[in-house]
Design a protein around this ligand. Structure first.
Ligand SMILES: NC(=O)c1ccc[n+]([C@@H]2O[C@H](COP(=O)([O-])OP(=O)(O)OC[C@H]3O[C@@H](n4cnc5c(N)ncnc54)[C@H](O)[C@@H]3O)[C@@H](O)[C@H]2O)c1
Length: 298
């Protein structure tokens, strides 16, 4: 069963981890794949794996953390395979640090690769898809971290921005036949090394195989998913979840608008019961008792 025969796919950050899994399965489904990674040797090794399995791929060592690199990557796909049909924005990095200690360098390094890299690659790819006139597919990579996660101001902000760009591009690019979705994967990779725990005596590497994220990418890329755009899915392990788009919840209206007094009169009665879980771990709202100043030190 080859769902992507004669399509060309670009996967960023595909020299290892989750992106490698995407590249291998896209190729197994007939796509010609540009395997991008800033670590060119690892990208070349993935190309060799694809070739050994009878697929078609080329390696690309551009950094997507610069507009010129992103544009050169898409141009490489056009040069090697005549165009681009599928872009998977997967490249990523981490610079975790608690909020009060995070530096500008740590914030900017993550923002650049995830947000600007995704923006530059998608824009170059969509412009090429527009020239080709046959539509296309963009799949971004977000994370449940964008719900909030300790030590990840930079990464949570970047992944939230990627989800927001996904919604926006789905709205803007539909007229060109371009679908835009995102996945929030989970995998034991070099990125999460030391951050995941064993469950029931099983090591993270056994539970969270990077390649288990790839089948959804193949499905979202194929024509059967023509009715799927602007959606985000949690995937990884044995899970396939719809990640619900933020939307307005309980809404109160007041003729003439709100005053502080009117808000004080009804807020505590109406709103706190609506506060759902907070953060990636889905813990019930933890602040019903109030967030109070620390006790004065003796
Ligand atoms: N592993 C998880 O549990 C998890 C969870 C949520 C989201 N994600 C996201 O999935 C994606 C893949 O993560 P992974 O776990 O496979 O990590 P990984 O570190 O194994 O893979 C990321 C790859 O991106 C490459 N890369 C980094 N900067 C680049 C650049 N400027 N240009 C080109 N390539 C670059 C790296 O060399 C690396 O090979 C990332 O976007 C990550 O944020 C991962």
């Amino acid at each position: 069963m080859t769902l992507l025969q004669d399509r060309t796919a670009v996967v960023t950050g595909a020299g290892g981890g989750i992106g490698r899994g995407h590249a291998l399965l896209l190729a197994a489904h007939g796509a010609r794949v540009v395997v991008n990674d800033i670590d060119a040797a690892r990208a070349a090794a993935v190309v060799a794996e694809i070739a050994a399995a009878g697929g078609q791929a080329v390696a690309d060592g551009q950094s997507i953390a610069a507009r010129a690199g992103a544009e050169a990557l898409i141009a490489h796909a056009v040069r090697a395979f005549g165009g681009i049909d599928i872009l998977v924005n997967n490249a990523g990095n981490l610079r975790d640090r608690s909020f009060l200690k995070m530096t500008d360098e740590e914030f900017d390094a993550v923002w650049l690769v995830h947000v600007k890299g995704t923006f530059w690659c998608a824009q170059a790819a969509a412009l090429q898809m527009q020239r080709q006139g046959r539509g296309g597919v963009i799949i971004n990579t977000t994370s449940g971290s964008h719900f909030g996660n300790f030590g990840q101001s930079n990464y949570a902000a970047a992944k939230g921005a990627i989800a927001s760009m996904t919604y926006t591009w789905a709205i803007e690019l539909a007229r060109l036949g371009i679908r835009v979705n995102a996945i929030g994967p989970v995998a034991a990779t070099q990125m999460t090394h030391g951050l995941m725990s064993a469950v029931d005596g099983k090591a993270p590497e056994q539970l969270w195989l990077p390649e288990r994220n790839a089948p959804l990418v193949v499905y979202l890329a194929c024509d059967e998913a023509a009715n799927v755009s602007g959606q985000v899915f949690g995937v990884g392990g044995e899970r396939l979840a719809h990640m619900v788009q933020p939307h307005y919840g309980k809404t109160l209206t007041r003729e003439g608008g709100w005053t502080v007094e009117a808000i004080r009169e009804c807020f505590q009665r109406e709103m706190p019961a609506e506060f759902g879980s907070l953060g990636i771990l889905g813990k019930p709202y933890p602040f019903h008792g109030g967030v109070l100043p620390p006790p004065a030190s003796e």
